[in-house]
Design a protein around this ligand. Structure first.
Ligand code: SF4
Length: 255
């Protein structure tokens, strides 16, 4: 299709997407000196990462860590978890919250893995093309795009982008995604904004920025290295309004 055949909306979308690609690159360039260097290093093997990520759902990482350690202490192997009663597993992970939902989910995941592969490990995913590995994990119960991104990226070094609540918030405010973009779509859009080698870096830099500066309630726009690029800054930073944007004043009173 030539440029002449594009509709006005199509052209606007292309311009918008080019702007977002440039914005993503610039965000990495500015944030890495502040929060880097970012070095990828797996914290768990892929199956441990998957179970840990299930435990992080709807709770803090700290609570999930306590639950994960308790689970590993109580059941030294994942086969032990399959063979235990669901009540026993729920008891072991009770510090992570929603134990009665997470315990059967974890057991289901482990059983399916054993049935499909005969082995309780996920390292084989690293040998698959990214889309195939993503689809494989998404077929497991209770596993969404964020969990898939965490397992493939954090444990296996594959270029899948996990978008958590901090990244989603920062991305919407900066204009890296649209205000109406769903979290699900944000994964695909943001993953396509950067090269495969930058996915982990992009994730860590944005999540760190969201935790330290672009906080949910009171973002610290005055300290933000991306403030001049941010479409949401006028909403949060009242000192930002330039005189030309101020409403006209008559008789000393703002209209
Ligand atoms: S300028 Fe404010 S709202 Fe925008 S990214 Fe920075 S901290 Fe967040």
């Amino acid at each position: 299709m030539t440029t002449q055949q594009l509709t006005a909306n199509g052209l606007a979308a292309l311009r918008g997407s080019a702007r977002r690609l440039a914005l993503a690159r610039e965000a990495i360039r500015r944030l890495e000196p502040l929060y880097g260097p970012i070095v990828w290093e797996p914290r768990f093997n892929a199956l441990d990462e998957l179970i840990f990520t299930v435990l992080t759902q709807h709770t803090s990482d700290t609570n999930a860590e306590v639950a994960f350690e308790s689970l590993r202490k109580r059941f030294p192997t994942w086969l032990d978890v399959i063979e235990a009663s669901t009540a026993e597993v729920a008891e072991a992970i009770k510090h992570g919250g929603l134990a009665n939902q997470k315990a059967p989910r974890i057991q289901d995941i482990l059983r399916i893995l054993l049935e499909r592969n005969g082995r309780l490990e996920l390292e084989f995913l690293a040998l698959m093309p990214l889309e195939e590995a993503r689809a494989w994990l998404l077929s497991l119960p209770g596993v969404g795009k964020k969990t898939v991104g965490v397992v493939l990226n954090f444990a296996l070094g594959m270029p899948a982008m996990p978008v958590d609540t901090h990244i989603y918030r920062v991305a919407r405010r900066l204009g890296l995604i649209g205000l109406k973009t769903s979290v699900d779509d944000a994964h695909d859009i943001m993953e396509a904004q950067i090269g495969p080698d930058d996915v982990f870096r992009y994730h860590v830099l944005l999540i760190t920025h969201g935790r330290r500066v672009c906080k949910a309630q009171r973002p610290l726009c005055g300290e933000c290295a991306l403030a001049d690029l941010c479409v949401a800054r006028p909403v949060f930073d009242k000192s930002f309004a330039a005189p030309k944007y101020r409403r006209p004043v008559r008789g000393g009173r703002s209209l």
